[in-house]
Design a protein around this ligand. Structure first.
Ligand code: SF4
Length: 462
């Protein structure tokens, strides 16, 4: 008999959330992997809903203000569940009965109350059905997830989707570098088939894997996310990239073009890249993709909510990005402090950023289209340094995207904070929420920080 599986992306539990082309990419990869087996599966994405539509397929989620968990009870901000209602979720589950197992994903670690709530409802609707939890929270906080999520199995790492065929980063890279990059654990964690077997469920392979957009998981595609590679060749001290994916691999440009073309044919016009290093090896990667998009005369809009590397923004890529329809671009600077730029991993310098901006402006990218990420709250970072960064970006007439530091287990910054006694391995992940961590632990004068944020808001809107 054919097995039936439910894939679930739980709600966001946070102080604020907006849908900026958000999709549960890891869970969609699981769906692609499972598509090669004799399985019937359905997705319940609790965040696939918008209350107010915004441009380019983005939007505001509906929310229900809820009681704060004890750990963050004293924070004076509204805390909410973003996404569909609890009733809708339960109804979707009940209408999917009977099913044999459930896979739940997790994204930001501090959204885990959404995972708990989803599993609590699954267990009440279908007691005894195995629930497997994977995703970022399950990987970074494996012990916490084992003790608190209610799932029957916690999957650490990510599975390799056979649909994604990877290639060496670049023929021009040195063999040593390629070797380093390919030793990544693209198939870490226990094999998913083995986990099913342990629950007495047998998966029978009978199909070729299919991409997620051919699996009938979503009824509408107001936008689509595209991942052209996994991991990052850098290792910044505050970033989760290398903790979640040990290595750096990129897909064949022809496969990426095929995906864009097929999505275009079903009506998608807004595409958001979710790569950590979209522009790496651009000569043999993104430039090839964009030339094909231009040649095919696809009238589409590209967006990069993740920062791209300023060091790879040369004249040609700036031209190709403009011609192919890039509308939203973010560059990662984080700080103007030279020592901190080097100390955190050396991904960029102020000079490199200036050169990238020159190339982008030459091809008519505007302040509205180009934003620069600037961090505050990094260990040891004063507010003066943040102010300097703001003035620097104002002078370049670019949008400023202030981001709060949020500590991630396994990073260099995490170890630093651990030594100082600010975090422990047993910390409640709720306290690492970027909306509150800086307020609690940076030592900044809250009024001065608010003034700075207001100044940036006014500048961005000017
Ligand atoms: S370059 Fe960006 S994605 Fe790569 S490690 Fe640094 S912050 Fe993370």
């Amino acid at each position: 008999m054919q097995l039936r599986c439910i894939l679930i992306n739980p709600w966001i539990y946070d102080f604020a959330a907006t849908n900026m082309w958000s999709r549960p990419l890891g869970l969609l990869r699981v769906a692609e992997y499972l598509s090669q087996f004799d399985l019937d599966f359905r997705l319940i994405d609790c965040t696939d809903v918008v209350k107010t539509k915004r441009k380019f397929g983005t939007g505001k989620y509906p929310r229900q203000i809820i009681e704060k968990p004890e750990t963050i009870r004293t924070i004076h901000k509204n805390y909410a569940r973003y996404g569909i209602s609890l009733e809708d979720f339960e109804e979707k589950l009940r209408s999917s009965l009977p099913y044999d197992f459930v896979i739940v994903t997790s994204i930001m670690s501090y959204w885990y109350p959404g995972v708990q709530k989803a599993i609590e409802i699954i267990k009440s609707v279908s007691p005894g059905i195995p629930v497997i939890l994977g995703g970022i929270y399950a990987t970074l906080y494996h012990k916490h997830a084992s003790e608190n999520s209610g799932a029957d199995y916690i999957y650490r790492g990510h599975i390799k989707s056979p649909f994604l065929r990877h290639r060496h980063p670049s023929a021009a890279d040195s063999s040593r570098q390629v070797k380093e990059e390919l030793k990544g654990d693209i198939c870490s964690g226990r094999g998913i088939e083995k986990i099913f077997k342990d629950f007495g469920l047998c998966l029978n392979k009978n199909n070729n894997p299919r991409p997620y957009y051919k699996l009938g998981l979503y009824r509408h595609f107001p936008f689509s996310t595209v991942l052209t590679g996994s991991g990052c060749p850098f290792n910044c001290s505050y970033c989760a990239s290398s903790v979640l994916f040990n290595g750096f691999v990129q897909r064949e440009p022809s496969h990426i073009n095929l995906e864009i073309q097929e999505l275009y044919e079903i009506g998608v016009r807004d595409f958001a890249f979710y790569d950590d290093a979209l522009l790496a090896n651009a000569d043999s990667h993104l430039k090839v993709v964009l030339r094909n998009v231009i040649k095919a005369d696809l009238r589409i809009r590209f967006h990069c909510p993740n920062g791209v590397h300023a060091r790879f923004v040369d004249d040609e890529i700036a031209y190709l990005m403009k011609r192919s329809g890039f509308k939203t671009l973010r560059l990662g600077l984080e700080t103007v402090d030279k020592a901190r730029q080097t100390g955190t991993g050396g991904k960029v310098t102020t000079d490199i950023l200036e050169s990238a901006v020159k190339n982008l402006k030459k091809h008519d990218f505007t302040k509205e289209q180009v934003g620069v990420y600037l961090m505050y709250g990094l260990p040891g970072q004063g507010l003066e340094e943040v102010k300097e960064g703001i003035e620097f970006l104002k002078a370049l007439n670019l949008k400023i995207n202030l981001t709060e530091f949020s500590p991630v287990p396994g990073t260099i910054c995490w170890d630093e904070l651990k030594k100082k006694g600010i975090v422990t391995d047993n910390i409640d992940p709720l306290l690492t929420n970027n909306s509150i961590f800086t307020n609690l632990y940076s030592g900044y004068d809250p009024d001065a920080l608010e003034k700075l944020k207001l100044d940036v808001k006014q500048y961005n809107n000017s």
